[in-house]
Ligand binder design. Structure first.
Ligand code: TYC
Length: 113
């Protein structure tokens, strides 16, 4: 059987690949608030403060942008953070019987730094 001799440098390619993988940023996701005709404005502001930890001024700005433009970016998060917050909004909005909805958009696709 032929013996394979590993010389110094042979593994370099693998190590470089590994380093590149480690340099990749985690993909980030945009949470976007959608307007609707029924959810009270105060409720939207309250949920932005409660779920996203925005202050009242910023929450009011985001709510008004969604109200007038149809949608507004709430923030950019990791996948887990974004999906957890969207699930929290869904659950609380459902409890209060409001149709308030947030959606997820891909912000960045793991480029190297
Ligand atoms: N358009 C709603 C109203 O007039 C208020 C609202 C604002 C609802 C923003 C959702 O994301 C939203 N009561």
């Amino acid at each position: 059987m032929e013996e394979k001799i590993i010389k110094p440098g042979d593994l370099e390619g693998d190590l470089l690949t590994q380093e590149k993988i480690n340099l990749k940023k985690p993909d980030m996701y945009r949470v976007v608030l959608l307007n609707d005709d029924y959810t009270p404005r105060d409720f939207v502001v309250w949920i932005l403060m409660r779920v996203f930890y925005k202050n009242e001024t910023e929450s009011t700005r985001i709510m008004l942008e969604a109200h007038t433009a149809g949608k507004s970016t709430v923030g950019v998060y990791t996948y887990d953070e974004a999906t957890t917050k969207i699930a929290q909004v869904d659950k609380i909005a459902k409890q209060y019987e409001h149709p308030l909805t947030c959606v997820l958009e891909v912000e960045s696709g793991g480029e190297e730094e």
